[in-house]
Design a protein around this ligand. Structure first.
Ligand SMILES: Nc1ncnc2c1ncn2[C@@H]1O[C@H](COP(=O)(O)OP(=O)(O)OP(=O)(O)O)[C@@H](O)[C@H]1O
Length: 233
């Protein structure tokens, strides 16, 4: 298994000081993701999906339970260890793209390589190759506000991929796209999964998006259960 999540529990303390109450948000969550799978987690707003993603990615510590990624227990990491592990292993795609408005499409994709200290020549080759792969060659000098929603999401996907992480976490990746563009982005994810063997964990409130995955889990009031998908082999 690439990712194994075992008995995760998490609560938030809410309310005024002295009158706080503990609200359980994740209840005994266990699931696993195999290398090369696309796994979706679907559920209504407030069901706990984002909290689970934050815990998986190490932004938040669970109250109890264990997460193992690539044979490493990540749930015991301190902040610095989590940050390092994220840098080496995870890419992120968000609903609202989170591109840097002052950088061109090319520069947005290039940024993670700059942060890693790769030299300019190598960066240029790598970024150009990937932008071609995701169909962005003709718009590489455009700023985010000169791109369509679908193009912006392609840029953010390229940015997530540029450091070759084995795992991509996508939080509502098609949430702000029209249905045609949504299909294009889902097809791109499928292609990248096929050609580069990248594992995707997709969080969504949309059943149709979730059913495009190899396997699908449903989150309901903090409880996660696996459901069959139509295209399962
Ligand atoms: N930092 C926090 N402090 C207190 N409660 C929180 C906090 N973050 C989330 N919650 C609560 O935890 C529950 C689950 O929230 P979460 O954001 O994980 O749901 P979600 O399924 O991702 O929803 P959405 O699709 O709207 O993002 C909600 O009831 C929310 O109010």
């Amino acid at each position: 298994m690439l990712i194994t999540v075992q008995d995760i529990n998490h609560s938030f303390l809410i309310g005024r000081k002295g009158k706080e109450s503990n609200v359980p948000v994740l209840k005994n969550i266990s699931f696993s993701v195999k290398q090369g799978e696309i796994v979706s987690i679907v559920g209504r707003s407030g069901s706990g999906k984002s909290t689970l993603l934050h815990i998986l990615a190490g932004f938040l510590k669970p109250d109890s339970g264990e997460i193992v990624v690539k044979d490493t227990v990540t749930s015991v990491f301190n902040e610095q260890q989590s940050a390092q592990f994220r840098l080496e292993n995870y890419g992120f795609i968000f609903q609202n793209f989170q591109l840097m408005p002052g950088l061109t499409a090319f520069e947005n994709v290039e940024l993670p390589l700059k942060l890693k200290g790769m030299n300019r020549h190598q960066r240029k080759d790598k970024v150009q190759q990937l932008m071609k792969h995701v169909g962005l060659q003709s718009v590489q000098d455009h700023y985010p506000n000169e791109l369509s929603g679908g193009q912006q999401q392609r840029v953010s996907i390229a940015r997530a991929l540029i450091t070759d992480p084995p795992i991509i976490f996508a939080d509502e990746p098609t949430g702000s796209l029209d249905s045609e563009t949504e299909q294009e982005v889902l097809e791109l994810i499928q292609t990248l999964n096929d050609t580069r063997d990248i594992t995707f964990v997709i969080i969504t409130h949309d059943d149709e998006v979730a059913q495009r995955a190899d396997r699908m889990y449903r989150m309901h009031d903090g409880i996660l259960t696996e459901e069959g998908v139509p295209n399962a082999v």
